[in-house]
Design a protein around this ligand. Structure first.
Ligand SMILES: *[C@@H]1O[C@H](CO)[C@@H](O)[C@H](O)[C@H]1NC(C)=O
Length: 407
């Protein structure tokens, strides 16, 4: 009897110890990886082992340069998985191997996933930007997103660098409780569609202490994004911090509860912006949006609602956007603009903006051909605090500031 009890005790202790064990490490070099050779198989094997581990585990990509062709690492896993990158993970330079694929790396269907380390994902995007013709044709070559996170709950991306993605750097879809912190995203100002972080159909996200320099939006927020907080982000060059573009597709979900605070946008085309497509079927609502304490340094248009978003004349302006924007606060937006229209609320005649608060605006135009302008249409903002320049002195329209100058 005593012997059976002793064995039961041992079994119990073993189970107890296993569940309290330290994170198990899976170094890819122990799964066949060597520097400067393709690690696709080794990373896939290491992930399989980590994903099967009963306790939380860490895959390590050590110092060195590791080419990676393309990979999808999908759960569900038995316990949380971390991928720690210390070296450089390098994409193929060509785009041929990505035909029909929408990403270079995809992490998906995990509960508890961390991507960490001081390493770099190098998308080698230069040749892709050359073949990107999406501004000319709607049936353009689809280029791969750098890293996709699909359907991850409790995700963290921290410390890593994403360099020169072929298309968007990071894409977040269907995620819940997801944090980017202390991340660096870098691509040249001239690179095409290299959005820093694109988020859609996700709930409960934080982007903080992150530095984004790129050729398109630093952060872009697609339909179905709920409860996102962006703080202490430095953005620029690029196209700024954007909600949208929205409305282009028929079935888009609401965007709700987005806060962007304590950020700096520098040498960018736009500062903070909400954009929606005219002559488009989608009509998601956009509500409970707060832009607060944003410093602009040499930004073309620092503050903008643009419901006539129609790049490359891909649409007909005669039929207004159906996207309804309400409960938006712009507060403490200050700094310098390189064009005369420093702020514009160009709301839709088809769905006028409601309950837009504008407070403590201090935006200086650095040019000499006239005073700074704050234009409006289809909106009556609620004003408070400082208003420099005064709001809504001119009608918002595509032909400003020439029209304003002649008025
Ligand atoms: C929003 O998300 C944060 C962080 O993920 C979470 O702590 C908070 O409870 C959420 N708030 C709402 C209203 O859902």
């Amino acid at each position: 009897m005593g012997c059976v009890k002793f064995h039961l005790l041992l079994l119990f202790l073993t189970v107890l110890m296993a569940s309290h064990a330290e994170a198990e490490d899976f170094d890819i070099t122990k799964h066949g990886a060597t520097p400067d050779e393709d690690i696709t198989q080794a990373l896939s094997d290491a992930f399989k082992a980590a994903c099967d581990a009963p306790t939380k585990s860490k895959i390590i990509i050590p110092k060195g340069t590791f080419p990676l062709s393309k990979i999808t690492l999908a759960g569900p896993c038995k316990a949380p998985v971390e991928v720690e990158v210390l070296g450089t993970v390098q994409a193929p330079a060509d785009t041929k191997s990505f035909v029909g694929l929408d990403s270079w790396i995809t992490f998906s269907y995990m509960d508890g996933f961390t991507l960490s380390g001081t390493g770099t994902f190098d998308g080698q995007g230069a040749s892709a930007w050359e073949v990107n013709n999406c501004h000319k044709s709607q049936e353009c070559v689809k280029l791969p997103i750098g890293i996709r996170f699909d359907f991850i709950t409790n995700g963290v991306v921290q410390d890593i660098t994403s360099l020169n993605a072929k298309y968007f750097h990071f894409n977040v879809l269907g995620c819940k409780n997801f944090v980017f912190q202390h991340v660096t995203i870098t691509a040249p100002e001239t690179s095409v569609n290299t959005d820093g972080i694109h988020i859609g159909r996700s709930d409960g996200l934080i982007v903080t202490d992150t530095n984004i320099a790129t050729g398109d939006d630093c952060i872009s927020i697609g339909d179905g994004t709920k409860n996102l907080t962006v703080t202490n982000v430095i953005c620029g060059p690029g196209h700024g911090l954007a909600i949208g573009s929205l409305g282009r597709q028929a079935k888009e979900e609401p965007v709700d509860l987005i806060t962007m605070q304590h950020c700096t946008v520098k040498k960018a085309m736009f500062g903070v912006r909400i954009k929606s497509w005219p002559s488009a079927p989608g009509k998601p609502t956009v509500s409970n949006i707060r832009f607060e304490d944003i410093t602009m340094e040499d930004v073309s248009t620092p503050m903008l609602i643009d419901q006539e978003y129609c790049p490359h004349n891909l649409c007909n302006l005669k039929s207004p956007s159906l996207v309804k924007i309400s409960n938006v606060i712009f507060k403490g937006i200050r700094g310098t603009s390189s064009t005369r229209v420093v702020a514009s609320l160009a709301c839709s005649s088809g769905a006028p903006c409601e309950n837009i608060e504008v407070g403590d605006i201090d935006l200086k135009y650095t040019g000499k051909d006239g005073p700074a302008l704050f234009t409006c249409s289809n909106v009556k903002p609620i004003l408070s605090g400082k208003q420099d320049p005064p709001a809504c002195t001119e009608q918002a329209g595509a032909d400003l500031p020439a029209a304003a100058a002649s008025a």
